[in-house]
Design a binder for this molecule. Sequence first.
Ligand SMILES: Cc1cc2nc3c(=O)[nH]c(=O)nc-3n(C[C@H](O)[C@H](O)[C@H](O)COP(=O)(O)OP(=O)(O)OC[C@H]3O[C@@H](n4cnc5c(N)ncnc54)[C@H](O)[C@@H]3O)c2cc1C
Length: 473
Amino acid sequence: MAPDGRDDGADARVVVVGAGISGLATAYFLRERLETGAKVLVLEGESRTGGKVRTASVAGHPVDTGPDAFLSRAPELRRLVDSLGLADLVVEPQSTGTFIWSRGRLRRLPPGTAFGLPERLWPLLRSGLLGPTAVARAGLDLLLPPTPLPEDPSVADVVRPRFGAGVYDRLVAPLLGGVHAGDPARLSATSTVPEIAAMARSGRSLYLTLRRRRRSAPPAPGRPSAPLVSLRGGLGALTGRLTEELGPGTVLTGTTARTIERDAAGCYTVRTDHGTVTARQVVLATPAYVAADLVADLAPRAAGLLREIEYVDVANITLAFRRDQVPALPPGTGFLVPPAEHELVVGCSWLSQKWPQPADDQVLVKAMVGRSGDTRWLAMDDAELVDGVRDALRRMLGIRAEPVASLVQRWPGAMPQYVVGHAARLSALDAALAAAPGLLVTGAAYRGVGLAGCVAQADATATSLLAAQGAHA
Ligand SMILES: Cc1cc2nc3c(=O)[nH]c(=O)nc-3n(C[C@H](O)[C@H](O)[C@H](O)COP(=O)(O)OP(=O)(O)OC[C@H]3O[C@@H](n4cnc5c(N)ncnc54)[C@H](O)[C@@H]3O)c2cc1C
């Protein structure tokens, strides 16, 4: 690799490994704040950038096969979207409402349900999601004494004693399965859903705390009203624009980092298949298990902690149907399936109903498979996955038609799990990385799995790098 634009004797001031949203945003924020001429390099193993952000085409429609929405009120991500000139592309869902496949039927999640926790009991009873006994048990939350919680409670530790097994199995578990592909009995409430953990600590009754929270946080005027938004044409525009802004001299695709060494002067050498690149600072914006291999010699204790971060394999299957061949879908954006139903499908988005798209004679649905403890899909080939999803759609939505197009997207090792002990592991990791000054990790494995969390961490990572540069200037 020909070193150009030497920076203090090194090829670059900072080398970022991984050009997913985390690596690209870290490099972008650095470039915004560094003096002109300071070189940042991003090494990406694949031939494309974006990582899990991927917009494909199904029957001529853009389909996000990784993330398809982001939190509209996340400040760092909104600032990034604005600064990339993408604000005009922001779109809100066309319809609202989620269904749960429960006890043989699709049942609407009652309005005012936050993270699967009910804010009102009467609509919960009317939804038929739970039987009357389970709803009455949920109401006991109002009467029960405070629940003693361990230092880092799981989501189950917080929810089950207050609302009972019904709410936990039929509401919370499918919602967390849809977002994190995780098992709420293992996920840390504080690290995964900090809002639930904070509510559990701030009052005796979760139900009353939820209602107070809603009353004290009315929607802010002038902002998108939907909590989750997307970009017209797909979220690939976000990582695509970041890549363009950084430029081909900065982002090197097809360049897998293989090893990292540090010399006596504290300069890092990253070895790739095409040569080596040197820098004073290195950011690993890869999955944690890749970062573990890269730091194994430099910081073995950090490598061990990185390897402890668990991942779940997921996939999604998008099917396009002729509109005149499928029954009308219920008004809403899709459905989720509780693990207790033992279905292959974890959830399904009704894409053509969820996001604006040109008037068209096709219906697009995207089904998710795979979650913690359910790896059945790994043994299935693409045709079997399509058949499995069609079987579910036949029973759940009455769709019997042949799809006109299909796309299977496999994401092995894709969903990091913030299991109980995650925060303590991160503190230990920070301490262990002190063995390699100037080497940082950032991304979905650490302090926020979603795009908003990744961009917020990228912002903080850029700030830390600059602070360290200032300290050593
Ligand atoms: C199916 C699915 C749906 C999701 N839905 C949503 C959603 O709707 N909303 C939301 O906010 N979030 C969602 N997420 C989460 C979100 O997409 C991810 O957490 C986020 O995109 C991760 O970004 P990242 O940059 O940290 O990691 P990645 O996207 O994994 O990027 C890491 C990059 O590092 C590269 N790399 C790995 N090893 C090396 C190496 N040795 N050398 C060089 N490069 C290397 C990889 O090729 C990759 O490009 C979803 C995730 C999945 C899988």
